[in-house]
Ligand binder design. Sequence first.
Ligand code: ZN
Length: 140
Amino acid sequence: MSLFDEVLWPGGKFLGIEWHPWKVVGWAGNAVFTSRFLVQWYATEKQGRVVVPSLFWWFSLGGALLLLSYAALYQRDSVFVAAYAFSWIPYLRNLLIHHRTERDRPRCSSCASMGTAGDRYCARCGSAHTGPGAPKTNET
Ligand SMILES: [Zn+2]
């Protein structure tokens, strides 16, 4: 038996795991939930500051729901169920807040770049922001 077979197929099973549909659900949940760290790390390195992109919360939500279904419907382990029973609430809340924040960002009518909520002028071309997301002003 080669080293490759000993590592990938010990006992004639892929990774030594007894595979069935619930194992696929559980491992998919693990993969999705763990991937969120890579997404957040990549976004932070790319921007040079700490960033939590919405994809992080989508992966958190998807992974938690897969792991919760595995724990509740197959494993039936109260400790495991309790760990994921309520974690989806802040994930969903953060996605909602992220959506509202993105919706309220001003878009430059001259160059179409997106600004930060509250910006009066476009950082790219200097035009005044108008329309939805532009700050309200009393100036004339
Ligand atoms: Zn602009």
